[in-house]
Design a protein around this ligand. Sequence first.
Ligand SMILES: Nc1ncnc2c1ncn2[C@@H]1O[C@H](COP(=O)(O)OP(=O)(O)OP(=O)(O)O)[C@@H](O)[C@H]1O
Ligand SMILES: [Mg+2]
Length: 269
Amino acid sequence: MSSQLKSAAPEKSGAIIRFKNASKSFGDIRAVNDISFSTSKGEIFGIIGRSGAGKSTLVRLVNALEKLSTGEIYVDDVKITSKTTSDDLKQLQKNIGMIFQPFNLFGSRTVFKNVEYPLKLSGVSKDKRRARVVELLDFVELAEKADVYPSKLSGGQKQQVEIARALATNPKILLADEATSALDPETTLDILKLLKRVNDKFKTILYVAIMSVVKLICDKVAVINNGEVVEIGETSGYSKIRTMKLPRILSTYYVLWKVENCRKCGWKF
Ligand SMILES: Nc1ncnc2c1ncn2[C@@H]1O[C@H](COP(=O)(O)OP(=O)(O)OP(=O)(O)O)[C@@H](O)[C@H]1O
Ligand SMILES: [Mg+2]
């Protein structure tokens, strides 16, 4: 992989997320260790690494689900440190949507009400909420499931609802932690295409996934090991989903083949 990765400037103008010597410890465990890099507006930035490498912790630091131990993170030029107040963090979270595994939908609410929930929390009026939910369900191609409960949805459909809900308040950044890991290859491809459409609407996506998936969708990738970035660069050497002109059946097999290779060899393949 290293031969295909070009080194990236750690601090680039137009950065929307910038880690500056960011560290997070849980007792003796240094889950994130002195990490510095930045992502540019509108790009899809992949994070890969072995289990326990610190990927989820890194992502959770961005929307303050974990508090920094030392260092700084700038999200759209708003500085987060270990001392950032919860009011500031709430303000910051408005700009960030998050999707992750396992699915996190409310089982007792319909698809419509799940997507509506963050809008309600933000105090959006009923008419505006309805219009936005209709627009979002249309965007994720799930309009016909508006009145269905999550238990009646497939894994892929649940993920579509998660994405619609994460986009409800129109965040600038979408964090995706293992968003496709529980899905079969064909559904994975559908969700990746959806994420690409989300990205085309100028949203930055920070995406934790396995290498085969990252290569299909991400502009850049960072490899994390023991809480540190060991490699960072562009994925331009790979054919991306947007440039794949293969018919659907072939592209499904392509993902299948990639995922299988990845299973055999881990992210090093
Ligand atoms: N809340 C916590 N309390 C204590 N240790 C934690 C906590 N969260 C994570 N860790 C530890 O931090 C390290 C990094 O965990 P993290 O979940 O970020 O890894 P990961 O790369 O996302 O792994 P996976 O691929 O399995 O999801 C691990 O050693 C983990 O045990
Ligand atoms: Mg994780």
